[in-house]
Design a protein around this ligand. Sequence first.
Ligand SMILES: [Zn+2]
Length: 287
Amino acid sequence: MDSARQHPVPSDAAARRAVAPVICYPADTLPAPDPGLYRGARATARKSAEITVPPRDARCFRVSAGQFFRISCPEGSQVGDLNLWHAQKLEERFFSGKTRALHGTHLGTGDRMWSAFPFLRPMATIVEDTLEWYGIDQYGGGVHDVIGTRCDPYTNRLLSGDVYHHCCHSNLTRALAAETGLPLAQAEAHVHDVLNVFMCTGFTRDDGRYFMKASPARAGDYLEFFAEIDLLGALSACPGGDCGAEHSSDAAQCHPLLVEVFTPEEGALAGWQPPAPSDYSRDHGAG
Ligand SMILES: [Zn+2]
């Protein structure tokens, strides 16, 4: 960017840069999940369903409010691109950008996946993460990001000129069309920016470029969620495999992903209610 600089550096540049940052959304202003409630319910839960996601493909799954679901890579390191919708209305879908603003670039235990406006409520809460040890590495990388979008055939075409049909965007589109019966083009419009499960990403410190590196996930690692509302999920096993080199091709070694659903015993969530959508009037000051 330096060669493109058109404006002089002000004399007080160092002072302006030295201003301390302020956290946009302090964590203590968010309604906190109750880990004890989740732990108690989880202890009573039995597995009630499982869905295997084949490599370079996606599958949908359904989870009711109050159930748990676990995403794992049973055979080897594999990135998963996750979309969530309200099970009865696709308009309410995961909002990657606001989730990032509320919780940070990478999600972990206690963080929530928030739905888009005008709903803005927790869709799912992360209750367990076997990669919680990873933290932020020396490159600024972390796992389970909400900074990427999803690999897609449009960007691939733009950058390489190639045609590739098994990017996560296409996998998610096909899976949602198959699940709902929607025509492909309508299903595609519901596919949105993902939670990148197991993916290791960050921004380079010197010029802020988006980077990925081989996922630290190994066979058996998992990320587990509590479903706060009735959910329709779609999970793509990214053609990038562990995303250590490239995606949008058949070059990388890929593995299946597994989604398991666990149902707590009757009464284990006594007193708990799914969160309500935002009660903002949507008047927007128009009177
Ligand atoms: Zn992908």
